[in-house]
Design a protein around this ligand. Sequence first.
Ligand SMILES: C[S@@+](CC[C@H](N)C(=O)[O-])C[C@H]1O[C@@H](n2cnc3c(N)ncnc32)[C@H](O)[C@@H]1O
Length: 291
Amino acid sequence: MPDSVQEKISLVPFLKWAGGKSKLIHHYKKYFPKEGFNHYYEPFLGGGAIFFYLRPNSAILSDINSDLIETYQCVKDKVEELIIELRKHQINHDADTTKIHKYYYDIRSSSYTTPIERAARLIYLNRTCFNGLYRVNSEGQFNVPIGRYKNPKICNEGLLRDASVALQSAQLEVRHFKEILNYAKTRDDFVYFDPPYHPLNHTSYFTAYNSCSFNEDDQKQLRDIFAQLASRGVKVMLSNSDCQFIRGLYTDSQVFSSQNLPKINEILAPRAINSDTSKRGKISELLITSY
Ligand SMILES: C[S@@+](CC[C@H](N)C(=O)[O-])C[C@H]1O[C@@H](n2cnc3c(N)ncnc32)[C@H](O)[C@@H]1O
């Protein structure tokens, strides 16, 4: 356990998120920096599994998804109001099983004016939609169909209150990942990057959670930022798919000298995102560290 992480109880995310890392934490533990750090950064926040596991004393959590960050901000600042709003969804959802579909699609097509209502809607849809995916159409409207759950826990009050306590140490920002260069500058900083994965093949389902595609240029830009942060002494850890393209980026001798070559670790992960359950199995992923 790094110095900067007090002995706090680890939490699990209050959102299900495609590519979420909750199931991989037991594989990741040994790769967290052994040396202490004072500030933690997670520029591809999603469900924030690593943040909630580590519970660092100081964090900047960011994502390009503004609806997601607004929801975190409500959990941080107004959790009791949010719980009241979510209880209404829970009651309406549970009231009549024959009307669940109608209720889901009514909420999906509604728009709300207050941040609390919007956050409650996002959490409600996240707990009840197919596989916890977040996907919007070209007009920015959420378009994931309803999932099949028996008794979804829409309003998990204990988890939301715990998440709110954990988030008191965090600053939440809507940011493109490249802005991390303005924040993380010294060896006291630890950055964890969990970008949309590079697809293993053209039909790969891996990027399905991401409405705007994250292409090879984005992966290259991210690699360059990794190298820049590492040269500042920042501790950097990055997850991605195990493929030649990603291995090539992080072994490129034009970018990394033999002394500062990143460590490439293979992690055997359950394949979580596949609509065809018969194709779910174990798959090798990469966990790349600068230290
Ligand atoms: C794989 S998910 C992160 C999963 C997260 N680590 C977890 O445990 O749930 C990737 C996230 O990156 C965000 N994202 C995609 N493109 C981005 C960009 N250019 N800058 C910042 N965030 C981005 C998506 O909105 C998504 O939440």
